[in-house]
Design a protein around this ligand. Structure first.
Ligand code: ROI
Length: 164
């Protein structure tokens, strides 16, 4: 029997050490995750930091991945990539980071475990998640039925700039 595949959405963020290159290289690394295929990638966006303002602006993007991994297996793969890019976990929760890879959605699954909260707990308040998500998947609905078009139109773009 083949493992059923799931459509997952991953948020990418960086504000250190040439963040555009970090995000582009992270996309390449995600393309190499086993049992997974990148379906689409949003534009890159320049966004103001959420949280402490004494840090550089971020580069953010969202991509769509078809995967036959479980959510935890995908999390392991993403954390391996973060570590390869020199990310130090738990150092400064709201501070600057080389690379942040978050599972935003994993099919219609709702997960509340110690390691994983899906849908991502902050997604509905984050323009740098909602706007790229609506760009690549305008018909998307959250597991609770909320439409991405509704959420992304409601949020302030907060002077976010679309780069490419
Ligand atoms: N702010 C922006 N604009 N983009 C991010 O990816 C991001 N990530 C974070 C915090 C520190 C919350 N702020 C952010 O983890």
């Amino acid at each position: 029997m083949t493992t059923p595949s799931t459509i997952a959405y991953i948020g990418l963020g960086s504000n250190l050490s040439e963040p555009i290159e970090q995000v582009k290289n992270a996309i390449k690394a995600i393309e190499n995750i086993t049992r997974s295929t990148v379906i689409s990638v949003s534009s890159l966006y320049l966004s103001k930091p959420m949280g402490p303002q004494d840090q550089d602006d971020y580069i953010n993007a969202v991509l769509c991945l078809e995967t036959s991994l479980s959510a935890i297996e995908l999390l392991d793969a993403l954390q391996t990539i973060e570590n390869e890019f020199g990310r130090v976990r738990k150092e400064n929760r709201w501070g600057a980071r080389i690379l942040d890879l978050d599972i935003i959605l994993f099919g219609n699954q709702v997960i509340n475990s110690e390691r994983l909260i899906i849908p991502h707990y902050g997604m509905t308040e984050r323009e740098f998640v909602l706007i790229p998500l609506a760009e690549i998947s305008p018909l998307l609905q959250l597991p609770n039925g909320q439409k991405i078009t509704f959420l992304s139109q409601k949020i302030s773009a907060n002077s976010m700039i679309k780069l490419s």
